[in-house]
Write a protein that binds this ligand. Structure first.
Ligand code: NAD
Ligand code: MG
Length: 401
């Protein structure tokens, strides 16, 4: 990369956002921060803006803007404060930045991620929900506007690294030549050795205690139910133009092999490393160069062994529901994601049980199957379907009010 790339980090106060700023801080000669955004942790946003000298910050509402002003030191000149969801999308599209890290959690991150793709930027995509809800729209935007899409989700970043490419990241029109199958690894989460039927009373704290990765609360619950792996199968389908039948999942408790690509000749290429998101983030920032991520080297002798097993669909009903949605089409994928966001939020707020997450998703998919599937030609179509599914899932009798 020539010169200093100006980076916008959407969701900078989250787990991925913080890791991104950590990598950027290691390379002041290569990257500067243009804009940062936060939804709730405004004090943390102000600290980040001070240390990165961001020019713009985006906050959700006026109250958050007032808070930002009140904690900003009077002796320093303040970054420009922008307010609201539209400001996220507008900033992602601005010519003052070259790279957008899309690290907002949930479908709330979709409009800004799409705006970054439509303005032809390098998009570092952590926000998998954007692809699950609007894969065809998003990939078409990448193609039509010459954006560079680099997957940050560790599995997809691993697969990207194992696929042939010419040093430019783009949106493939079909599966890469010679590739037979994509194999996503899954740790199995904190309940890997427990039966689904034993999990009714688990708490949010137990569900969020991931054995290998430190992540935001929503994705941590998704990892426990393995709905996360289901979202990732859908994500892989769009990113790599791969049919569902050619994507499989294998349980790998150590999270050292981040995913694999199987070729026609029987070769399997894998990417390995420590379970630390700074590796895929550094890969995306530096691509096609390799740059320091701050992650320690992998010592396989110390790891000792790597285990693999087929997932038990009875133990992880959410995985099956995801394959079902992918086969049913985009409307079902929107419903799956929206229902899951509502169910997980309800579980984290102790308004529904852990095992109800799968039930709420299943009921929402059943409800959705009663509709003729419309075409999703615009962001508005996707957001309208997302809202309907949220309303249905939120009204579920399984959620207490
Ligand atoms: P997190 O909860 O730690 O952070 C989420 C960020 O999004 C925060 O900065 C928050 O302020 C912002 N945000 C939340 N709701 C918002 C809204 N409605 N509008 C605008 N901003 C909002 O989440 P995370 O773990 O960093 O995950 C971010 C994304 O990356 C998710 O889509 C997740 O699936 C994906 N991802 C995360 C990891 C990981 O290791 N954490 C790995 C792979 C993929
Ligand atoms: Mg992942």
């Amino acid at each position: 990369m020539v010169g200093v790339s100006r980076v916008t980090v959407l969701g900078s106060t989250g787990s991925i956002g913080q890791s991104t700023l950590d990598v950027i801080a290691r390379h002041p000669d290569k990257f500067s921060v243009y804009a940062l955004s936060a939804h709730s942790r405004i004090d943390q946003l102000a600290q980040q803006a001070q240390s990165t000298r961001a020019q713009v910050v985006i906050v959700p509402d006026r109250q958050a803007a007032l808070r930002f002003r009140s904690v900003w030191p009077a002796s320093l000149s303040s970054p420009e404060i922008r307010i609201g969801a539209q400001a996220l999308a507008d900033t992602a599209a601005e010519s003052q930045c070259d790279v957008v890290m899309a690290a907002i959690v949930g479908a709330a991150g979709l409009p800004a991620a799409l705006a970054a793709a439509q303005s032809g930027k390098r998009v570092l995509l952590a926000n998998k929900e954007a692809l699950v809800a609007a894969g065809s729209l998003f990939m078409a935007a990448v193609r039509d506007h010459g954006a560079e899409l680099l997957p940050i989700d560790s599995e997809h970043n691993a697969i990207f690294q194992c696929l042939p490419h010419d040093g430019r990241a783009s949106a493939p029109a079909g599966p890469a030549a010679g590739v037979r199958r994509l194999i996503l690894t899954a740790s199995g989460g904190p309940f890997r050795t427990r039966q689904w039927s034993e999990l009714n009373d688990v708490s949010p704290e137990q569900a969020c205690a991931h054995p290998n990765w430190s992540m935001g609360r929503k994705i941590s619950v998704d990892s426990a139910t393995m709905l996360n792996k289901g979202l990732e199968v859908i994500e892989a389908h769009w990113l790599f133009a791969m049919p569902a039948e050619r994507i499989s999942v294998v349980i790998h408790p150590q999270s050292v092999v981040h995913s694999m690509v199987e070729y026609e000749d029987g070769s399997v290429l894998a990417q390995l490393g420590q379970p630390d998101m700074r590796t895929p983030i550094a890969y995306g920032l530096g691509f096609p160069e390799r740059i320091d991520s701050g992650v320690g080297m992998l010592d396989l002798a110390l790891a000792g062994r790597l285990d693999f097993a087929a997932p038990d669909v009875k133990q992880f009903p959410c995985l099956n529901l995801s394959f079902q949605a992918l086969k049913a089409g985009q409307g079902a994928c929107i419903a799956l994601n929206a229902a899951n966001e509502i169910a997980v939020e309800s579980f984290l707020n102790r308004r529904t049980s852990y095992t109800n997450i799968a039930r709420i998703i299943e009921h929402t998919l059943d409800w959705h199957a009663g509709f003729a599937t419309p075409a999703f030609n615009s962001l508005e179509d996707v957001l309208a379907a997302d809202q309907m599914a949220r309303t249905f899932a939120g009204n579920s009798s399984l959620v207490s009010r």
